[in-house]
Design a protein around this ligand. Structure first.
Ligand code: ZN
Ligand code: ZN
Length: 423
């Protein structure tokens, strides 16, 4: 029997253990405990969590791979490939994306990261209406275009990679826009103008106006409220553009930071006595956020993107149609200022449909001769899978985190009632 490639154990992580043992209870208690704060439970949440719980589980089957050069064979377990949720699938994708961005997308000009934040009191509109997150992103881009226009007097088209992050550092709901932008842009003649200075206060002012206009259009706020917030000394709208990227390599790092996973597994731990999940955050990870299991599940799942929700946008010089023109250096005019596409498929290898379920791509390098191994079969038949698992003595057990304290309290109360009833 060929060796199984298995570099990691999702079932040992706090995230997996808590979800495995408490997700059903979370579903049962959602309406009474979380609906008010998080809105209706979206069907995508159940779908994604169930897929995640199958990530790397040998019970879900294997792909058999073989090296065409030397005949070496291995078995690979399937991964979930869930978007923006599974930490290990996400980081794998991040690496490929970063490389693609550096080699194919980015122009060889200086870039900046510009982060746009909205006031706390406006966050909830975006929590219940996810589609507005895309609008928030566009508002940020429009603010940037206005700024360039104000700074140079010309209508410049920059290259923009825009990402909406929905999470703050405590895994809480904190929507904000991260833009990786070229410092400057091209004018209608195709000439690139460098804008070296970014003024955050001015950008924030433009951004504020764009967001107000957006919320007014959607009839979510009134003119009176706009005036009220605008009158505050600190409106809560802020822009940060301190992070510079001189080279494409640096810009790649910034880009990867923008689409990083919502939590880092290394910062998670369990407080066994209190039955809480602890998440370290802040600079140097010195602060600790403590949540009971169900609260933790509510937070992490609230960041699962909706089906079809665009998470990365490419605009201006980085929009697809545009990119072609830029590369060819045609003198044709740049009509489109903002166009958007879903993140392009990154996989360079055109495998069959099933490959998307396959664990990782790097184990496809042959350990014997460094050739590229090919998938020759998918083993999903229950009997076959069972025999492999038994033969290789594979285990996949998610240890149960200690029961929550209040469950014990409930038990005591129930016991007392029973005693009263009997006596
Ligand atoms: Zn080989
Ligand atoms: Zn996964």
């Amino acid at each position: 029997m060929p060796e199984v490639y298995r570099p990691r154990h999702p079932e040992r992580t706090v995230l997996y253990r808590v979800l495995f043992h408490y997700f059903d209870r979370f579903l049962a208690e959602y309406e009474s405990r979380f609906e008010k704060e998080y809105g209706f439970l979206r069907p995508i949440v159940k779908e994604v969590v169930e897929r995640y719980l199958d990530c790397g589980n040998p019970r879900c089957g294997f792909a058999r791979i073989r090296c065409p050069d030397c005949g070496e064979e291995r078995l690979l377990m399937f991964s979930c490939r869930t978007r923006g949720f599974c930490p290990s699938c996400h980081s794998k994708r991040l690496e490929e994306w970063g490389e693609w961005m550096r080699e194919t997308l980015l122009l060889d000009v200086p870039h900046r990261q510009v982060v746009f934040t909205i006031p706390k009191m406006l966050r909830l509109f975006f929590k219940y209406k996810r589609r507005l997150l895309g609008e928030l992103c566009r508002a940020a881009v429009r603010a940037l275009l206005k700024y360039f226009q104000a700074a140079t007097g010309a209508e410049l088209i920059p290259g923009v990679v825009a990402v909406i992050q929905s999470f703050g550092q405590k895994i809480n709901f904190h929507p904000h826009a991260h833009l990786l932008v070229t410092e400057g842009g091209e004018d209608s003649e195709g000439k690139f103008h460098h804008v070296a200075s970014f003024q955050d206060s001015l950008l924030a002012e433009f951004f504020k106006r764009e967001v107000f206009a957006l919320l007014l259009r959607q009839e979510l706020i009134s003119e009176a409220l706009v005036e009220k917030i605008a009158g505050w000394r600190h409106s809560g709208f802020s822009v940060h553009s301190k992070v510079k990227a001189k080279t494409r390599k640096e810009a790649e790092r910034v880009g990867k930071y923008m689409i990083r996973p919502l939590l880092s597994l290394e910062r998670l731990s369990l407080d066994e006595r209190e039955a809480k999940v602890c998440y370290r955050y802040g600079e140097g990870a010195e602060e600790v956020e403590r949540m009971d299991y169900l609260e933790f599940i509510a937070r992490v799942t609230s960041h699962i993107p909706d089906k079809g929700q665009v998470t990365v946008r490419y605009l201006g010089l980085y929009a697809n149609a545009h990119r072609g023109k830029v590369r060819k250096r045609e003198a044709g005019e740049y009509k489109l200022i903002l166009s958007e596409q879903e993140c392009p498929r990154i996989s360079r290898r055109g495998w069959a449909e099933m490959i998307r379920k396959v664990y990782e791509v790097n184990p496809l390098t042959c350990p014997q001769c460094q050739g590229e191994m090919r998938i020759i079969a998918f083993l999903t038949d229950y009997g076959v899978v069972d025999r492999i698992i038994n033969h290789l003595k594979l285990t996949f057990v998610a240890e149960k985190p200690p029961p929550p304290h209040f469950a014990y309290q409930e038990f005591l109360m129930a016991a007392e009632t029973a005693v009263e009833y009997l006596s």
